[in-house]
Design a protein around this ligand. Sequence first.
Ligand SMILES: NCc1[nH]cc(CCC(=O)O)c1CC(=O)O
Length: 320
Amino acid sequence: MNDTQTPLRLGTRRSKLAMAQSGQVAQAVRELTGRPVELVEITTYGDVSREHLAQIGGTGVFVSALRDALLAGDIDFAVHSLKDLPTGQPEELALAAIPRREDPRDALVARDGLTFAQLPAGARVGTGSPRRMAQLNAWARELGKDIETVPIRGNIDTRLGFVASGELDAVVLAAAGLTRIGRLADVSELLAPDHVLPAPGQGALAIECAATNAPLAATLAELDDPYTRAAVTAERSLLAALEAGCSAPVGALADLLADGQVTEMRLRGVVGTVDGKTLVQLSTTGPVPSSGEEAVAMGRELAAAMLDKGAAGLMGERAH
Ligand SMILES: NCc1[nH]cc(CCC(=O)O)c1CC(=O)O
């Protein structure tokens, strides 16, 4: 079994985004180990369902089939978009590496290259995410105009197609996904986190293997970026402490404040109603967490402060 020429099997969804992410990690693992890595394509419930994600209601629809394959021993490791991972890590699976994250921001792709401020009143903006709807509606209100948020889903190309066809004035997508599939040039504006906080973990990847496969977990751990792990751990702890799921209107972003050298980490969080009429937005700054526990504590503290300000009442039905 220690044969260095035995291929490592990397399970992946078939979407263009998943294939791009998996291809990138496969190459990094080949370089790291000198072993061949083969991609094993797996279809997930999130890929075949025609229902809106919010209606499916559960977290993790994209990840469960990959996890099943890991536990069955059909694949050796898997790559997920971290923001699609439910917050409770199953004991049987090791979150072996979180590589350095891409740009975590959301991006506006609008007709004629319009920015958000340039969209006319009544503009139709596509997004299926309550988090994006809440913050976009709040921002539009600040600018003194109303927009219409239109629920859409589908892969990135499908979503971009709504703008190309003229059906929508704009769509909002994660910049990281657009970068990974080579469509960053379509972006008309990268949305400032002061206006739109991304989903917890957005732009980061999670590399998972069976917890029992300690040698592989140790090898994959070399792809880990400690700063990214600290940041996304704090963001996901905030999400978990708010008892919200991936379809809840919760945004969070931890970033490092550097002054020559990295000194502190700031964590910002937002919860709001989908109409954007009420937002609870808070931030906290502290030393860069030096352990998972410290990062978790930072997220919990901010969540407690947000709950004090009424966050629970804004989340509507809990996803779980
Ligand atoms: N919800 C689906 C999903 N999961 C990860 C990404 C983008 C890449 C990332 O955030 O890592 C996307 C698409 C999007 O939100 O635009």
